[in-house]
Design a protein around this ligand. Sequence first.
Ligand SMILES: [Zn+2]
Ligand SMILES: [Zn+2]
Length: 182
Amino acid sequence: MQLNPYGEYAVLLAASLANEWPADRAGIEARTREFGMTMTFPEGPDDHARVSEVVQEWAAVVDAPPGAERAELLNEIMASAAAFPRLTDHDGEGWHLHYRDVGMSFAAVLRSVFAVGTALHLTTRGMHRLRRCAAGEAPGDPCANVVVDVTRNGRQRYCSVRCANRDAVRRHRARQASPGRT
Ligand SMILES: [Zn+2]
Ligand SMILES: [Zn+2]
């Protein structure tokens, strides 16, 4: 997988898995294809459960405040997941860098790709460009989706137009219920 530029696809893949968890291993692998990974992974009996743990670990980075705490968490993951950069040209992708050792398990590969990709995304685009959908901040709102902000202006707060609209309606109603102070 090409992590350049900006690690965007690695972060989008992690968010996609967090937001919509596949029912089986084949579903996870299909998702990696969708987001541009071309390599085949060694098959292990507990891949589905272990990738789930990797996604949960990554979600803690999403929930960490976008500063030193978030950086610290990512550094911890990278310290145990990533390795020296390595030039590779697998699957006709052309020469690119992998930040992991060869022969790692499915879960370990994704752990490394998510961590390094997220680090690239946050450091090139901004530490705040990863969050939970803002609609979910309202009491009782069901959305807990991860939002990866790859927009030009860096102000994406909602996972979808639907969530943005729901929140807009809610704020409008709140304003009507308590008329302005003028
Ligand atoms: Zn690759
Ligand atoms: Zn949402």
